[in-house]
Design a protein around this ligand. Structure first.
Ligand SMILES: CC(C)(COP(=O)(O)OP(=O)(O)OC[C@H]1O[C@@H](n2cnc3c(N)ncnc32)[C@H](O)[C@@H]1OP(=O)(O)O)[C@@H](O)C(=O)NCCC(=O)NCCS
Length: 221
């Protein structure tokens, strides 16, 4: 068991927090590629390219090269779009963590420390849809510290905070590729209450399904 402690965010954690978030999210590129390869339009595009080039060139080399090139370009494009999404998050609430989370009533940001390093992060701020819901955000655990219960402990910290501040529930979103995160939230007691496809061009193209999870805080008395 790795000893760790959870504490509130401090200014000196800034770079470590942003780095942990960006690294954690960038791990999803291979899983996203696999997800894309399962989309019917992608399979059709690859199969048609292969068959058309095979019949027109009467050689296996050209269609294999063309499909390999398409796969490599797809991988690059996906990596680029995903890195733009990560940059967008870094320019959003993670740009000024102190102002967004620590100086706003009903919001907070925590880090987990182990071996004198910041190894995990999580934030919480009121949901924009319902002010009585606390939104859990930016959960990320360094790869070499996973599987020892740090994320579960951070979830419980957010739930306790929500209870102390009179929120009715804790909510969060996951994407269809975040299997470990979905298992984590379900193990803590969150339940999925809504799914939707991201209403953007890339969201529809990639069949990017967002799941909304909720943990209801039991009312006292
Ligand atoms: C998801 C993530 C935060 C989990 O962190 P962690 O510290 O390893 O999680 P914990 O050790 O606290 O595990 C808690 C529960 O999550 C589930 N879980 C975590 N990792 C899992 C895995 N690889 N496979 C299956 N279940 C997993 C288990 O149910 C586990 O409970 P158990 O050990 O009692 O079975 C971590 O993998 C991560 O940082 N991923 C990249 C960033 C990310 O996806 N963030 C979530 C954004 S919504």
């Amino acid at each position: 068991m790795v000893p760790f402690r959870i504490r509130e965010y401090r200014d000196e954690d800034y770079e470590a927090v942003r780095d942990l978030f960006a690294t954690g999210m960038s791990e999803y590129v291979p899983t996203l590629c696999v997800h894309m390869l399962k989309q019917p339009w992608v399979i059709l595009l690859l199969a048609c390219t292969f068959c058309l080039l095979l019949t027109s060139s009467k050689s296996l080399l050209l269609p294999i090269l063309a499909v390999t090139l398409l796969l490599a370009m797809g991988r690059q494009l996906l990596g680029y779009v995903w890195s733009r999404y990560i940059d967008h998050c870094l320019q959003e609430d993670l740009l000024d963590i102190q102002a967004t989370y620590m100086q706003v009533k009903g919001s907070c940001f925590w880090v987990a420390e182990a071996d004198e390093c910041v190894v995990a992060t999580v934030g919480a701020r009121p949901s924009e849809e319902h002010r009585q819901e606390l939104m859990l955000k930016r959960m990320s655990v360094r790869k070499d510290y996973r599987g020892v219960g740090i994320a579960k402990a951070l979830c419980k910290t957010v739930i306790s905070f929500a209870r102390e501040h009179g929120y009715r529930s804790v909510v969060l979103n996951t994407l269809m590729v975040q299997h470990e995160a979905r298992a984590l939230y379900s193990s803590v007691g969150f339940r999925v209450y809504h799914h939707y496809v991201l209403p953007t061009f890339y969201g529809n193209l990639a069949n990017c399904v967002v799941s909304k999870h909720r943990y209801d805080i039991p009312s006292v008395g």
